[in-house]
Design a protein around this ligand. Sequence first.
Ligand code: GLN
Length: 488
Amino acid sequence: MTGPLGTLSELRAQLDGRKTSSRELTEAALARAEALEPKLRAFVGFRPERARAEAAEADARMTLGERRSALEGIPVAIKDNMVQAGEPTTCGSRILAGFVSPYDATVVTKLRRAGAVIIGRTNLDEFAMGSSTENSAFGPSRNPWDLTRTPGGSSGGSAAAVAAGVVPLALGSDTGGSIRQPAACTGIAGIKPTYGRVSRYGLVAFASSLDQIGTFTRSAADSAAALEVLCGHDPHDSTSLPEPVPPYTQRLSGDVSGLVIGLPREYLVEEGVDPGVLQCVREAVAELERCGAKTREVSLPHTKYAIATYYLIATAEASSNLARYDGVRYGHRAANAKDVGLMYRRTRSEGFGAEVKRRILLGTYVLSAGYYDAYYRKAQQVRTLLRRDFEQAFAGCDLIATPTAPEVAFRLGEKASDPLRMYLSDVYTVSANLAGIPGLSIPCGFAHGLPVGLQLLGKPLDEATVLRAADSYQRRTDWHSRRPPEPA
Ligand code: GLN
């Protein structure tokens, strides 16, 4: 079998040194994906012919000495909730069966203009609702570190593909942790930029005020290179931010001296977190201190309301976003319904899985007359308090360090029948979405033989500092270079 592909920067150097071609890398990625797919189930679909044609174009440009970006000629994958013209988008749902997108998401346009080669679309929890990919209508993806375990979710397919060395870069979306938690579970880097940093145009909406696209790579330096391509204002997305995008890679000075890292009192307590995870995170913080960073305790007093607030707001927004799947406009339509009401009902009963239905019901309930004030409005108010917690904490520090997830990758099936336990996987990640701030996860050790993630949260629009600290840490440690065993 073809071995794992290198990191983005390694492949860049090979391409620039004419040691390989985009065509060769694309073939290697496709071959490795195909060989691992029976075990990993990381992908929902491939586009080999188009990928080969794009790789040939990239090779032609590079032969002429033209290089559009750091991603020129690099094989990548995208989560199957970002649309691509002429390709099916399933969102891991039966309800989108047969839907083919007529247009490209802005991130797809950006990848294409940058010369990247999209080889396929990765598996996810249905409509990105979940923390394990077990809610996918196509079955779960598996963790390359242990095939009996989840790679996390909802962007589990993208995480598994990068961790197994199929592609050096994959895109994910993060509404409450869906990039950071799978990155932690699979021992790679995952970043959710500031809300509005990357255009959501063409990202199938889950909870529009929380959704954000970001990347999976092996190193923080590779994330910086990818974000330079992906970030920026988009007239097609009114919530995308107009601020210019800094040259992230040039900000990777390797120096964190003088940076103040806040350690939130409420997150670093033993309760509800695996002691092995906490131990790794504490050691990572100590390493950052040895690099010259300073630490101080900060407080995020409303943390205990974050999960409840998130699951009220996210379900409310999901219930209205998912109203569009009615059997008329997209995908699946129930057969032989004798009137339109029955057609709607049957289409939605047949098309949506149990978790999506649960969320639509919850969301409809919290928005309904008589309950709106008690639940939805209250959640919006608490969201403001959570955002203020961060504003106050960031008045005294540059970054905040926490575990990414309370435990290492859990076994498939372990939480599938207990939604509340599943929701608690998101305890450290949802606040960043509610506050709109950037967050990244990088590997910082192992507990029970499985990777542990360190989460670094930054001030709004300050991805550069988050990436610089993560890169400094990776210059001094080698957790990010550890690879899972080759699946037998
Ligand atoms: N696990 C969270 C949820 O189920 C987050 C999902 C996400 O970020 N897309 O809602």
